[in-house]
Design a protein around this ligand. Sequence first.
Ligand code: AKB
Length: 340
Amino acid sequence: MRVPVTLITGANGEIGHGLIEHLRKNGTAVVALDLKPIDESLRPYCHAHIAGDILDDFLMGRLVSEYEINAIYHLAALLSTRAEYTPETAHSVNVEGTLKLIKLAVEQARWHGHRVKFLFPSSIAAYGLPDVETKNKVGRVRETDWNFPTTMYGCNKLYCEHLGRYYTLHYRQLAAEQTTSGVDFRAIRFPGLISAVTMPTGGTSDYAPEMIHAAAQGKPYACFVAPEARIPFMAMPDGVKALVTLAAAPEERLTQRVYNVGAFSPTAAEIRERVLRAFPHADITFKPDKPRARIIDSWPADVDDTAARRDWGWQPDYDFARAFDEYLVPTISRYYAERK
Ligand code: AKB
């Protein structure tokens, strides 16, 4: 008998940590997969943990033969800054990797006869505003607007959203016998996520978490965007909440396959101010890096998450003040104090 499990790729990443901790609380058997060996702290919560590459067909075959996979949280990706240095590698990991996982879901659904939920963290990087004037003018963007990403990562995310929609709704539409793929794809366009316990690597929204973590460690930080740069952010517990709430939503309530979720949308200067309130001696300056700042300028100032609120009751627990006062500052302070 194969063991029924939920597969999480990119499990060592910042969403993976919070998600695995959440899933173990409701007794879900998790198979955690990451390029690097799974963090010691996560291992006790996993049914199995595997160090391996999502592009490895042999590994994919092994997963099919050993487990009955009922849900996949496909978190593995090369983020927006890193992807600009190696766009073709980013395409392989972000697009070909996702297609392999979707195919794995199709195969699993065939074996066990029920649909496989496929949760996909997309991103505000799927948007592309042409300039700051337009960005300021349009304000909160809807899912269907401004889908002209300027980064490889954004293009990859947008295309994978379409792949997921295709496999869920239109798979093999010309086949003589109507078939369904068995994949139930659901995606969230995340804003910049800020975790108190992990540092993101390779993203462009990283300036917010980097500012906070540097201040908590007493290190100076030069922010790579201008003080007035603005994009939406979210505290990690809300990121995890969004994914598991969308996963649990009755399918008939979903009017779309890709949803914006919003929480708060401060400028870089407002983030600095808030960090200084908590860590008054923090040394935070602004030293904009034009190309990276341009990427931030192409992302929306905020998102319209009406559809998520209406279809599956999305509601963030943390606004800007609460994210700092009740999650980031206490958790980060404790985290670094324990490591002194
Ligand atoms: C990145 O900066 O690449 C990510 C994202 C916004 O998707 N954090």
